[in-house]
Design a protein. Structure first.
Length: 356
């Protein structure tokens, strides 16, 4: 696995818009304030030509233009790391214009984003053997004040923090609007991690579960779209790192519980989960949904229980913030600690990433 150099003090952060740009509110103001805050910390910034573009469909610009922007940004010495401006809908359409061979041959560079950016954070490791960061997009750095997860993401880009821990509260309903573009996360709900496939979780007393593997994953909406295409090299990746095993981290955006269940079935039958050591499942955007007796937990657990590995759900990942930034492609030691208090078990998650 190729690991890029970390962002140095006073280094240059590049921005690109392979998905949506920061063209409308509240995204433009959030992006502008993010630049202001990063400049105040001493960093330089380099903006790609599509950062404020809005002439595309479901992305910032035409797929050809977005592909060119990524090719240049990922291989140019003008920036040290690259952060995506935002998520979107049709980033998959730029892939035919991304020069993965060129990226593979150049010195690696960190790319960070989530949601639609799975199309790069997932393919960089599986196609180019280059690690990437599944973490916040540019506008998140514009909130006032920063949530701890935002600082974690910057610290990860700088190589200052490689161990991430679950947070205390999460946001069920956000207040960010066109009129309030810089509002911070509205964290009101206690994080309640739910482990499946672990024996003894109903017993009293403290407990600790550990497993190790290579992190791989992203937004299921995008991953299932890649399954079976010419960009699907997951089986080759899994075989290459079979000795390490794979820890899948997965979260979803637009999928309802039945779509999540179908996605699990499709990825499983595509052979993606061979050599799996465990699953980290983020809170889905359809959190709490139940349809015809199917909820978010059975949608995932029933298709995956045959693997006999831990399936950890409601993890701080994805579209219901905060999210732990993770290095896709890195080795990781996952520790789940459960303490018994007031008749309930409280779980805390730790993911320690290693650049091996």
């Amino acid at each position: 696995m190729r690991y890029p150099e970390f962002l140095r003090e006073n280094g240059t952060i590049g921005f690109a818009a392979p998905s949506f740009g920061a063209a409308t509110e509240p995204y433009r103001s959030a992006f502008d304030n993010a630049l202001k805050k990063l400049h105040a910390l001493g960093y330089q910034t380099k903006l790609g030509p599509n950062c404020y573009a809005s002439d595309g469909i479901g992305i910032s610009s035409a797929p050809e233009s977005c592909g060119r922007e990524i090719n240049e940004a990922m291989t140019s010495p003008d920036s040290d790391v690259l952060i995506s401006c935002g998520g979107g809908e049709l980033m998959c359409e730029i892939l035919d214009h991304v020069d993965f061979d060129r990226i593979r041959q150049e010195a690696p560079k960190w790319f960070m984003g989530y949601s639609d950016n799975t199309n790069l954070t997932f393919l960089l490791p599986t196609l180019c053997d280059t690690a990437a960061i599944y973490g916040p997009c540019a506008g998140t750095f514009g909130m006032e004040p920063w949530h701890a997860s935002v600082q974690d993401a910057l610290d990860l880009l700088g190589g200052k923090k490689l161990t991430m821990r679950s947070y205390d509260l999460w946001e069920k309903e956000g207040f960010k609007t066109e009129e309030n573009p810089l509002v911070p996360y509205n964290t009101t709900e206690p994080v309640a991690i739910k482990p499946f496939g672990i024996s003894g979780t109903a017993e009293n007393g403290d407990e600790e579960i550990r497993f190790r593997g290579r992190l791989l994953g992203g937004c299921v909406d995008c991953l299932v779209n890649l399954t079976g295409t010419k960009y699907d090299h997951v089986q080759e990746f899994s075989e290459k790192y079979a000795q390490d095993g794979i820890i899948w981290f997965l979260e979803s955006c637009d999928l309802n519980v039945f779509a999540i269940r179908r996605a699990m079935w499709q990825m499983k039958h595509a052979g993606w989960f061979s050599h799996v050591k465990g699953f980290l499942i983020g809170r889905p955007l359809c959190f709490g949904q139940e349809m015809m007796g199917l909820d978010q937990y059975s949608a995932v657990w029933e298709p995956l229980k045959e693997y006999g590995v831990p399936v950890i759900m409601d993890v701080d990942l994805g579209h219901l913030p905060p999210q732990m930034p993770l290095i896709c492609g890195s080795l990781a030691d996952v520790t789940l600690r459960g303490t018994q208090a007031e008749g309930r078990r409280d779980w805390k998650l730790e993911v320690a990433m290693r650049l091996e």
